[in-house]
Structure formats: C-alpha cells, structure tokens
Design a protein around this ligand. Sequence first.
Ligand code: ADP
Ligand code: MG
Length: 429
Amino acid sequence: SYRKGGYHAVRVGDSFAGGRYIAQRKLGWGQFSTVWLAYDTQCSKYVALKIQKSAPQFAQAALHEIEVLSAIADRDPSNSKYVVRLINHFKHTGPNGQHLCMVLEFLGDSLLRLIRYNRYKGIDLNKVREICKCILIGLDYLHSELGIIHADLKPENILLFSTIDPSKDPIRSGLTPILERPEGNPNGGVTMSVIEKKLKRRARRAVARLSGTRASMGVVGGTPKSERCLDAIDVGCKLVDFGNACWADKQLAEEIQTRQYRAPEVILRSGYSSSVDMWSFACTAFELATGEMMFTPKSGQGFSEDEDHLALMMELLGKMPRKIAIGGAQSKDYFDRHGDLKRIRRLKYRPLDRLLVDKFKFSDTDAHEFAKFLCPLLDFSPEKRPTAQHCMQHPWLNIKNLNQNELKGESNVDKVDVGMSKLQINVGQ
Ligand code: ADP
Ligand code: MG
C-alpha cells in the first residue's frame, strides 16, 4: 500500500506542516491511514498525526472525517465528552501524492490491546463498568447533541487516555522529543528499534516506581497494587475513527459497521438510526467482560456469513419477531414468510446469562445482572433499545462488587499485572 494513491512512508524525525510537527514513532494504522506520534514544536506537546492515503476516495473520506470531528469539537470546548479532539489539519505532499493529515490529541492504547494484554480472559467487571460509562457519555453526546451516528464502534476504535496533570506523569515527563532525523540511518529502521527499546525501558522503570517491583507486587487490602495505580493514574477512554460516521438525517452508506458489531437491521437493510451504535456498544461491553467477541459469524455449506450471523443472534437472544425478520429489503434472501431462516433450520438456543455462566464462568448473580444490562441493548426492534442517555441510568453501572476471583479465593495478580502494567506503559496524553 506504500505506492501512488496509498500510504505515505514516514521516517522517525520527518517533519510536517513546515517543520511544526516531527514524527516520533508509529502508533497504529487502519485501512485508510497510518497514525504517528508527533511532537508539536510550536506548542511543545505530543500529538497524534493521522496521515491519510492519497487516492481521491481516501481524501474524500478524510474531508468527511474532518467535517464530523470539527462539528464535534466546536460544540464541546471543554473537551470533556470522551470523543477524540481534532486540533488541526493540513495537506502533505510526498512521493505517493497529496495526503490529508489530521492532528489529533494523543491518546493511549485501544481497548482491543487492553483485551489482548489480559490474554483474552476478560477485564474485571468494575473496570468494564467504568469504561462503559465513558463510552455512553461519548455516544450520548454524539446522538443527542449532534445527531451523529458513529457507525463503527468496536474495541479498536475506543482509546484509553490518562486524565492526570502531565507534569506529574512520570511516563510522559520522561519522554524527550526527537527533533531531527537520526543521522546515518536513511530508513530509520535501526533507530526506530533503539528508540522503541529506550521508550519501553523508561516506561517499565516508571511503572516499577509507581507500583513497586514485580516481585513485590501482591494483593494488599484486597486490591492488587498495580490496579490501585491504574486508579491513581485515572484512565478514561475516548471514541476515535469517525471515517464512517454519518449524520442521522443524511445517511450515505447502506452497509455500515464492522461485521461482528453489525446490527441486524443493517444486515436486513431495514433502515437504521443511532440505535445501531447501541447494538455495537453491547457487543463491545460483552467482549471487554469475557475477552471474546459476542458474534463471530462464518459462511458454511449452503449458507452465507449474513445467515450465520442472524442464526447466532437468535440462538443467543431468542427468535426474531416475524415482522422484523421479513421487514427488510434483504429479508427474502434469508427468511421464509413465517420468519424462519431458509437455510439454517435448527437453532441451538442458549440465553446470554447461561452462556456467561457455562462458558465464561461468571457467578449466577454477575451473569444475571450483566445479561439484564445487555439484553435490552440487543433488542431486535431498534426503537426499543435504550438510548445512551437512558442506558447511563441503568443500575448495573453502579454496582460495585468484589472481584470475582477474590470471591473464589483465587489470586488474580498475574492477570492484573499483565493487563494493567502494560496499560500504564502505553497510556497517552
Ligand atoms: P483508520 O481510519 O485508517 O482506521 P483510525 O483513526 O482508526 O484510522 O486509526 C488507526 C489506529 O491508529 C487506531 O486503531 C489507533 O491504534 C491509532 N490511533 C488513532 N488515533 C489515535 C490517537 N489520537 N492517539 C493514539 N493513537 C491513535
Ligand atoms: Mg480504524
């Protein structure tokens, strides 16, 4: 993809916008862009630089994202709504063409990485609740104040950030910006790994300072030290990637959302509203708590991925009401006139709370309460799903239970250690 119309190749020390931003290291990439940590020499702070591919359709998508992010930022001067802030944008010309660049506030790891660090075992429910609250504030802001549908909500597009004063953050204050391209190293490759190593070592030291060494890590007064540090650092998350977002009253695409987080009305082409984000939100919350995606549809002999997806939904949530099943432009392909799937006849029903107990070893109470929170969000009737604002009032969000492992008398130090210390290393500004 590093060719004409594609990504712009960046090297450590490269400068942008007439020397204002200096590339430090790569933060991530997506289908449309690469994202770099950059140092803003004018404001003396770190930013994230999203450099779009150059072909016209990508430029178009970037212009759209800039429009949406500007609307979001304009209405929220205090930047308190858990949505990434667009700081600036400009064009950059390179060998592969002209690239639109977005300067965004620098955030930390995505929730997907957090799930990986926890070895796909799921995150403590109290943490899941805190993260859910942040996502809901962001969604409520988008939906009710701006009329925007995110349309691609998933763990990858939700990033953590630290809310404490940067001068007190040992990780951030320890970073020295790179101001020019390291010499004698035309492709930046070696330098890159040296810098990465240095960054990692520094971050490890900072974590050790905060939480005691690995050896001394233990459960003190019921809370593992590393987890207390997480609280001390005070982490939120924010929504990113508005490349697919749309205004509720001006929808462009028919097919929205990433497969596993896609709502049934999108599959059936029945029209959609902001409640598609609530469906994806429920899938995301489930994944945080269990470490596994809620739905992973696959095509098989005689049926498509869409049909498998609809079957999985019904196995977990019950049969889809006939009116809804046959109500979409695509319905005839999948459902007969009784509202039964044409090609997948036998469904193995297993309600959500049973699944949480049987497969993910939740306690009965935890499973019951969590299912009561999730199920309304997964209503097949989009208009019956609670809005973000409504969902924020749900009692589940304010339950504070003892750690499941503590109840079972097991230590979860290891799990927390891996998850949370990594989290601290990567928390952005
Ligand atoms: P795309 O539209 O190409 O999918 P995204 O906006 O999703 O691009 O960004 C790609 C990746 O870059 C994200 O998954 C994340 O890892 C990283 N990233 C994006 N924005 C930021 C940011 N503001 N701070 C830190 N990392 C970011
Ligand atoms: Mg993305």
